[in-house]
Design a protein around this ligand. Sequence first.
Ligand code: PLP
Length: 391
Amino acid sequence: MDVQEKCRSWTADHLRDSGDCYYQAVTRTSGGTEVEFRGTWVIMAASHDYLGLSADPRVREAAVAAVRRFGTSLGGSRAACGSLDLHEELEGRLARFLGHEAAAVLPSGFQANLMLAPLLADGSYVFSDSSNHASLNEVIRLGDAKERTFLHGDLTHLEELLASVGEDSGKLILTDGIFSVDGDLCNLPDMMKLADSCGAHVVVDSSHDLGVLGPNGAGASDHFGLRPLLVTSALSKSLASVGGVIAGPADIIYYLRFHARTSLFTAAASPANVAAALAALDILQSEPERRVRVLDLAEQLHNGLRALGYDTGSSVTPIVPVLIRGRERCLRMWRELCRAGVFTTPMTYPAVRAGREVLRVTLTAAHTDEQLMRVLDAFEAVGRNEAEHPR
Ligand SMILES: Cc1ncc(COP(=O)(O)O)c(C=O)c1O
C-alpha cells in the first residue's frame, strides 16, 4: 500500500478512537503540579518530575542564565562543534554522583540507551527484561548481538538463558531499575550475582529511580550498594530537564563517544537543559527531604487507591499503575478523570500488552496533601460511575 494511503486510513481510525487522549496540549502550568487543560485547571498526575523541580525558581534561573551566557543552541554535534564547559561539568558531577569514573551527556534519555549499540557486537549476547523501556529494546535492534529476552523479573529464566550460550561469548544484561509501567524495582543484587557467576555484565536504566531511591538519591545501584558496569538515565524526571546520561568506566565511555552514532551525529544537549540539570542535581543532593516526600505521597496514593478497590499491582515507587484492563475502558476513564480534574497517563498498546491497560498516576514532591485528596476523590467518583453504569 502507498505510504500516504496507509497513514491516512490509520490516522482516521485513530482520531476517531483516541484522538483526544494523546499528544494533548496544555496551555499553562502552575508550580509543575497543575496545568490548564481545555480551559480548566487540572492536577498534573502524569509527569515524572519526581522531586517537583521543573518549576523551582533556582532551576528556572539556571536555565535562563545559561541561555544568556551561551545562547540557545551549539548548532551541531559536540564532536564537530565543541562542548561547553557546562557539559563537562555536568558529566563530572553525574559520574561522581553515580559512583562511576566517567559519564557522557546526550540530548535525550532514549539516546543515552542507544549509546550501548557498539557494545552489542556480532557473536555476543544481550539479555533483556521483557518489561524494559522501549529505548533498550530499540538499541538491541541497532546492535549485532543475539537477543535473549527473559520474563519480567524472572531470574530463573535469565539463568537458563545465560546457561544456554557459549561460556566465552560476550554477555550484557539490560534492565530498568524501576520499571516505567508497573513501578516495580529490579532485583539487582541477585541479578549481579548471577552475572558475576557467568562472566556477564549488567546495565541499569535508572531513569525512574535516580533522585528517588538510595541513601544519596543516586538510584537503584545506590539503594542496593552495588555498581553495575554501566548506568543510564533520562534527565527529564528527577533532574527536571531534558537529556540523558550514560556512566561507567572511563575507557568504555571514551570508546562509545567515538563509536556510537547517537553521540557522534546528534546535536549537543542545549545549554538551558544542561544548566537546569546541574541546578536540579544541586537541589537533589542538598534537599533529601524531597525524596522522602515523594515516596510518602506515593504510599498514601497507593493506599488510598487500594482502599477504593483499585488494583495498583506490585509497585513500591512513585509510579502508581492503576490496572484497568480494556482499551476502551481505560480511555473512557482517562477522559472522565480529566473532567473530574486529574490528568493521568492512559497506557495502552504498544506501551503495554492488550488487556493490561493501565492508568499511570504519579505525584511529585511538590504536590500538596490537598491535591492528593482531590486525586483520590476523582478516582472515587469515576469508579462509582463505572460501577453504576457498566458498559
Ligand atoms: C526507563 C526509561 N528510559 C529511557 C527513557 C527515555 O528518556 P527520554 O524521554 O529522555 O528520551 C524513558 C522516558 O520515558 C524511560 O522511562
